[in-house]
Structures are given as structure tokens and as C-alpha cells.
Design a protein. Structure first.
Length: 214
């Protein structure tokens, strides 16, 4: 028993606190997004700044570059969501959620796959990047999924579920244990976010149809 306690104490003494802070802020971001809170974007800005450094340090170069993009999108997302805050309050709407058709998503995914394949080849042959193809694919699709979040597109959560599952493997391989735990939680929150946004989307659609009748 004492050996187990000592092992736990040693683990926490060696815990990368910078990664832990980034993890907690990222978790706050995802939960706040699922709830439709504008405060998700400040949390995203700080956490992505920390992760930009962390991923560069372990040579997940595309992940590091992705988080520079996240920094910019945190600013854009805050601006985009804040534009409609007053309108949403006046209309008593939780979120102005939209849904894109399946064919549109299929075409976009095929295009993203071509881009990711080309970039993965470059990363594999001209940089010291680890897992160049997987890292690039998650990065390219995460770029698009983040844009979907800023536009409040319902299907963003489905993208994140797949991205997060792949990312879990990458982070286990790189020994980023707190971040691995974070992404396991992300998968759970993504399912929750999809169910919650779907409910809001359907309720909004019903209300719009009812108001159009009158």
C-alpha cells in the first residue's frame, strides 16, 4: 500500500504542470462550447497558446501549427458568437445552430483528405515530425471542425469525435498522459455536445415552423 502511495506522490511531483493547466482550460472550453457559452473562447485562447509550445516541444509539428490557428480562431469565434448574443436573448434562443447536408460534408471530407495527404507527404519527407500522416490528418480536419464551431454547425461534434479518437492514440505514443486523459473526456463531451445541440436545433426548427404558420 505504501509503495502505491509513493508511486502516486512521485507521479504528481513529476507532473508537467504546464500541460495540466492547458488540459483543464481545454476541458473548460469544450464544456462551455457544448453549453453555448461565449466564455469558451477566452478559455480556448489561453489553452491553445500553452499547447502551441507543448506540441512543438515533442515534435508534433502539425499539432503545434494547428494551435496557432486555434489562437486566431478563438478571437474570431468570440467575435462571431458575440455578434448574435443580443439577438438570441431577444428571441429567447439558446443557440443559432445550423445543419449542413450529408452530400456537402462528404464532398468537403474528400477535399480535406486530398489536402491532408499532400501535406502529410511533405511532413514525412522534409521535416522531423512524428506520425506525419496521422498528425496532419487530425490537424487538417480539426481546422475545418473549428470553423464549424464558430459557425455553430451541428455536425462539428461528429468531426471532433473521430479526431479525438485518433488523437488519443497519438498522445499515448508521445507520452502526453494528461492530454490523453483530456481527449478521452473530449470524446464524452463531444457526444454530449452533439445531443444537446441537436435538441436545440430541433426545438428551434419547430418554433420557426410554428411561427411561420401564424
Amino acid at each position: 500500500m505504501s509503495e502505491i502511495l509513493n508511486s502516486v506522490l512521485v507521479y504528481f511531483q513529476q507532473l508537467p504542470w504546464l500541460e495540466l493547466i492547458a488540459m483543464l482550460l481545454s476541458l473548460a472550453y469544450v464544456i462551455l462550447v457544448a453549453k453555448g457559452s461565449l466564455w469558451c473562447w477566452p478559455a480556448a485562447f489561453i489553452s491553445t497558446g500553452l499547447y502551441t509550445y507543448i506540441f512543438y516541444d515533442v515534435l508534433l509539428l502539425m499539432d503545434s501549427a494547428l494551435h496557432v490557428y486555434y489562437l486566431l480562431m478563438a478571437v474570431y469565434g468570440y467575435w462571431q458568437w458575440s455578434k448574435n448574443v443580443s439577438d438570441e436573448k431577444e428571441n429567447n434562443a439558446e443557440l443559432s445552430i445550423v445543419s449542413w447536408g450529408l452530400n456537402k460534408h462528404i464532398n468537403i471530407c474528400l477535399s480535406l483528405a486530398l489536402v491532408a495527404g499532400a501535406l502529410g507527404y511533405v511532413m514525412a519527407n522534409f521535416t522531423p515530425a512524428s506520425f506525419p500522416y496521422l498528425d496532419t490528418f487530425t490537424t487538417v480536419y480539426a481546422v475545418f471542425a473549428t470553423y464549424l464551431v464558430t459557425q455553430k454547425v451541428l455536425e462539428n461534434w461528429l468531426y471532433w469525435i473521430v479526431i479525438d479518437f485518433v488523437s488519443i492514440y497519438l498522445y499515448i505514443e508521445k507520452g502526453l498522459i494528461p492530454t490523453t486523459v483530456l481527449f478521452v473526456i473530449f470524446v464524452i463531451v463531444a457526444f454530449y455536445g452533439y445531443v444537446k445541440w441537436l435538441k436545440v436545433y430541433r426545438n428551434t426548427s419547430v418554433n420557426l415552423q410554428a411561427s411561420s404558420v401564424y
